[in-house]
Each structure stands twice: as C-alpha cells, then as structure tokens.
Design a protein around this ligand. Structure first.
Ligand code: ADE
Length: 229
C-alpha cells in the first residue's frame, strides 16, 4: 500500500510515522508513506496557499491552484483508489471504514487548514470525506495520521501476532474484554481464576461474555445491528 498526504504542515505528521508500528511497517516495505508540502506547489511569491473568501467573512480559504497542481502531478504518476479529504463534516471514521480502506492500493489524503478549502477541490478531486470525530482540530494533519494508523495496523504482516488486529475492539461490533498480566495478585486484586485454568474453550466463552457485558454497559449502540446477543 502507498499513502500520500498533502498538507501545509507535513512536519506535524513526521513523528507519528517515525516510531513504533508505523515505522516498522514502512521498514518492512508493507506501506510507503509520502508527505507533500503544499507550499511547494504555490505559484505565489511568498508561497501563500490561501486567500480571502469570496463573499467576505472571517478566515482564509485554501486556494485551488496549489492543491490542483500537486494532485495532478501525483495522479499522473499512479492511480488512486480514493482521494480523501479530512474534514469535520465528513463521514465519521469507524473500524469498518478502516477495514475497507486497508484493502486499497493507493490512497491520497488531503489535510486542510484555515476556514476550509475551495469547494472546487472537493467537487473535482475528492472521492471520500472523512472526519475523526465531532470536534474541530486546527488542521487535518492529525486526523490524517489517525486514519493512516487505523489503516496501516490492519495490513497483513504489520502486527506481529496476525490475529491481534482481528481481536481489537469494534472488529465484531464488540468492545474488547479486559486483559491481565503478571503479577497474579496486586494489592488484594486477583486475576480472574478462569484465565489460569488452561481451558481454552472456557476462556474464550468468558472473554466473549465480558466483551458483551462491556459493550452493553458502555456502547449499547454497537449492539443494535448485531446478532451477538
Ligand atoms: N480537520 C479538522 N477537524 C477535523 C476532524 N474532526 N476530522 C477530520 N479532519 C479534521
């Protein structure tokens, strides 16, 4: 998989991609991440990438030309399965969307700033618009990093234990059950005995019950379209 991200602040995303799982995924050749600085595509003297909004009002709008130049150049080099604009008014990211996108080959993410981007960029190039939640960030960079992380960890070979992404919360519309490690007893609190029983079938049943219980109390909305009950 290849992920290209266009932004005015690519340095904001350098650290998430330079550590731990995302770093290893790139080193193993399972994903390529390319950050593109929108200013490199500005035709203005001081590399501006924004301008006043038509119709007036506070806040600058990101101009069509730098985005258009950068997108055209990238599209000439390869085909993109999706061109995704990160925006609080997009569809809300969930595990299902991450799963879908993890099956794609080339993704292009656009991170906006200021009051938004010229609508014509969205109309002409963008195939999907994604929000990471009902709150407004200073820009789309952190949202693009969150989306990339959610996708990359699903790629085969990225996690050491092939099954561990499948047992994540949300994969089956259930939250994950509680987990424990040593010591067996801490300040009077003991690990549930069943987890030391060695009976894999019983442990699996216990985990499923716990996952169901946790989901019922914390996120009953997840169970609505679910046959788990
Ligand atoms: N840009 C600003 N806020 C955002 C959000 N919540 N999700 C995606 N992109 C954003």
């Amino acid at each position: 998989m290849r992920i290209d991200i266009i932004s005015v602040l690519p340095e904001l995303m350098e650290s998430p991609f330079s550590a731990s799982i995302l770093k290893r995924a790139q080193e193993k050749g399972l994903v390529e991440v390319h950050l593109h600085n929108l200013r490199d595509y500005s035709e203005k003297k001081f590399k501006q990438v924004d301008d006043y909004a038509y119709g007036g009002g506070a806040g600058m709008v990101m101009s069509i030309i730098p985005f258009s130049k950068c997108i055209k150049q990238l599209k000439a080099e390869r085909e993109y399965d999706e061109i995704i604009f990160m925006t609080p008014d997009g569809e809300q990211l969930n595990q299902q969307i991450a799963n879908q996108l993890s099956l794609k080959g080339n993704l292009l993410l656009l991170a906006g700033h200021y009051k938004g981007i010229d609508q014509r960029i969205r109309d002409k190039y963008v195939t999907r618009e994604i929000s990471i939640g009902d709150y407004v960030l200073s820009g789309g960079e952190l949202a693009a990093a969150v989306l990339s992380d959610a996708i990359i960890r699903l790629l085969p070979g990225v996690l050491n234990d092939e099954t561990s992404a499948l047992s994540d919360s949300f994969q089956d519309n259930l939250l994950a059950p509680p987990v424990y490690t040593r010591p067996f007893e801490f300040e009077g609190m003991k690990v549930p005995e069943i987890l030391r029983s060695g009976d894999d079938k019983k442990i699996e049943e216990w985990r499923h019950e716990q996952a169901l219980e946790r989901t019922k109390t914390r996120r009953p909305d997840l169970l609505k379209n679910n046959s788990q009950e």
